[in-house]
Design a protein around this ligand. Structure first.
Ligand SMILES: [Zn+2]
Length: 592
């Protein structure tokens, strides 16, 4: 597979990397240090206008869409316990409290893993406390999984104690992008706020001293707002309809330099260098800057996936998300978000572009990954991060961006969080990856890495289900798919040095995209094509993951779960069978 991953246009790649300079990116960062890019605000509009203005000057074709996004923008929050009042922030999509606030008895929840778990996006309750009619006091960040959990347990409010001296902004709804009829009911219906660790310690001391009542005040601005959505397009010369989408969010908490002005700067520099080589690009590059990421749960990227869904389904080769690159002390490519079929390609490209190692991680249900329900192979989200030893030395806890700097989602995310050298190094990774996706004859995806993962996942689930559910339709369809893939990749070996316009190359690439539409869908979604998933953890082959719960289910739930799994096996097996048919049809074309 090596020959699929290396640059076939080595001179072009060298010229692109040579063309990278910090001038354009750093000017953007300096401009953005005074823009608080809250979605739908004047500052955000100014940031978008700045980027559009630079595209104009550079002569890069672009379009400013103005979609209506459903947002919830925090305005203010406070917490009162007895005579003590605490500084607080409320996450987007908390409810606004009435003028008198929401008062009630507090319930301390011990041992919850939110925000301290190995998986930042996960939430695992480890103790059962009756929280009905109470305000929970819990460690961590007020993200969607815990808020959803406590709301369903009957809590009337939630206080999250953040791990450090700063309070992090966030968003607590599980609804992905604008709500539809399938999910609008999931909007949070309790007030939520966060306080810092020292105040949390004080609060818990008061609780220990017998203080039981708390009053939460939260105010948010919620509704449908017109927001900018900027998309530049650099047309390819050979397959202009086929495109790679590279994207990142412009809106920020406060001035958000590490999250995500650095990403905006990166996108602008990529647009600049690829435009300068537009005549030499085989396929089209689309560069998108989003709004509504932080207060609309990926509002604009989801709008784009809706509005251009068919277009994306037909012709999108890859989506690459750029969030928080080039940050302070971020010297490692560790646990980088990557889909399995693209893992080895990313590893090779990082090595070629930087000389550094790479480890990947299954994409979390987060971060403008708004294209899984179309079935698009995906690369990156966060990229470089600081070594664990550095985080430990600094006493840092896990956060969701800024190269693991805890300035993430706080007022401290200022220019000092960006690092020019790291930004230039990360730019090389993006530029080399995009160059190969745009110009290599064969798309650099190895779906056998994904089917190997599926085999392991199925074995785990089947073992957990024991003989209760028949997984054999899925396992035999997978074995057949593996056989078809082996033949397809063997036949494609001779095409790696072919031309983009070759019929065989096109047949192979068409097959990879069509297989992604099935296999990404089955591995990351339950809701079906063109729908959205809740912002909750999605396990591998999620239709079958309830197998892990079967042994603990009572007699009724065991039958319910079994029924669910039988349907899930059908869904998964059918996807495997469809993918095998796609591979065989391509093989026939390649061999004629
Ligand atoms: Zn971000």
């Amino acid at each position: 597979m090596q020959s699929f991953y290396e640059a076939k246009q080595a001179d072009l790649e060298a010229a692109l990397l040579e063309a990278l300079t910090p001038d354009e990116p750093w000017s953007l960062l300096e401009r953005f240090t005074s823009l608080v890019r809250e979605s739908s605000s004047a500052d955000e509009r100014e940031a978008f206008d700045y980027i559009a203005g630079r595209l104009e000057v550079l002569g890069i074709p672009h379009e400013m869409h103005m979609p209506e996004l459903f947002l919830s923008v925090p305005v203010r929050a406070s917490l009162a316990v007895g005579s003590q009042s605490y500084r607080a922030k409320t996450p987007a999509f908390s409810i606004s409290t009435p003028p008198a606030g929401v008062s009630g008895e507090m319930a301390r929840i011990e041992g919850f893993a939110a925000g301290r778990s190995a998986d930042f996006f996960d939430f695992t309750p480890v103790t059962e406390v009756d929280v009905r009619g109470k305000i929970v006091v819990v460690d961590g960040f007020g993200g969607p999984p815990p808020v959803w959990y406590f709301q369903n347990q009957g809590a009337i409010g939630a206080i999250f104690i953040n791990p450090g001296v700063d309070i992090h902004w966030g968003i607590c709804t599980t609804i992905w992008g604008a709500p539809d009829l399938d999910n609008y009911q999931r909007q949070p219906n309790i007030p939520v706020l966060s306080i810092n660790r020292p105040d949390g310690e004080d609060l818990m001391q008061r609780m220990a001293d017998g203080q039981t009542q708390a009053t939460l005040h939260t105010q948010l601005k919620e509704g449908w707002f017109e927001c900018p959505c900027l998309v530049a397009e650099i047309k390819g010369a050979i397959e202009p309809e086929r495109f790679v989408l590279v994207h990142g969010h412009v809106d920020s908490w406060d001035v958000g330099i590490g999250d995500n002005a650095v990403g905006n700067a990166t996108l602008l520099e990529l647009a600049r260098i690829f435009h300068s080589q537009a005549d030499n690009l085989a396929r089209t590059l689309r560069v998108a800057w989003w709004s509504g990421h932080s207060t609309g749960r990926y509002g604009a990227s989801t709008w784009y996936a809706d509005k251009f869904g068919l277009d994306l389904a037909r012709d999108c080769v890859a989506q690459m998300n750029i969030d928080s690159p080039g940050c302070r002390w971020a010297t490692e490519y560790r646990g980088v978000t990557i889909m399995s079929e693209a893992h080895d390609f990313a590893k090779q490209t990082v090595l070629d572009a930087t000389g550094l190692g790479f480890t990947g991680e299954r994409p979390h249900q987060a971060g403008d990954y708004s294209f899984n329900n179309i079935g698009i192979s995906s690369l990156f989200m966060l990229l470089s991060s600081m070594p664990l030893s550095k985080a430990e030395e600094m006493g840092y806890y896990a956060v969701g961006g800024c190269g693991a700097n805890i300035a993430w989602h706080t007022e401290n995310d200022t220019l000092e969080i960006a690092d020019k050298d790291h930004l230039m190094r990360d730019l090389r990774v993006y530029a080399a990856s995009l160059q190969r996706l745009l110009n290599n004859p064969l798309h650099p995806y190895d779906f056998r890495a994904l089917t190997a993962e599926f085999a392991a996942t199925l074995a785990d689930y089947a073992a957990a289900a024991r003989d209760d559910v028949d997984f054999s339709p899925a396992t035999s369809a997978l074995a057949d798919l593996n056989g078809a893939l082996d033949e397809l990749y063997a036949a494609a070996g001779g095409l790696a040095d072919g031309a983009v316009a070759d019929a065989g190359v096109r047949a192979f690439n068409d097959a990879l995209l069509a297989m992604a539409r099935e296999l990404v869908l089955i591995n990351f979604t339950r809701q079906g094509r063109f729908r959205t998933e809740p912002a909750m953890r999605v396990p591998q082959l999620p239709d079958l993951a309830p197998a892990l719960e079967l042994a603990n289910a009572d007699a009724h739930m065991r039958r319910v779960t079994r029924t669910h799994l039988v349907r899930g096996v059908n869904r998964v097996a059918w996807a495997f069978e469809t993918a095998a048919n796609i591979a065989r049809a391509a093989l026939e074309k390649i061999n004629t």
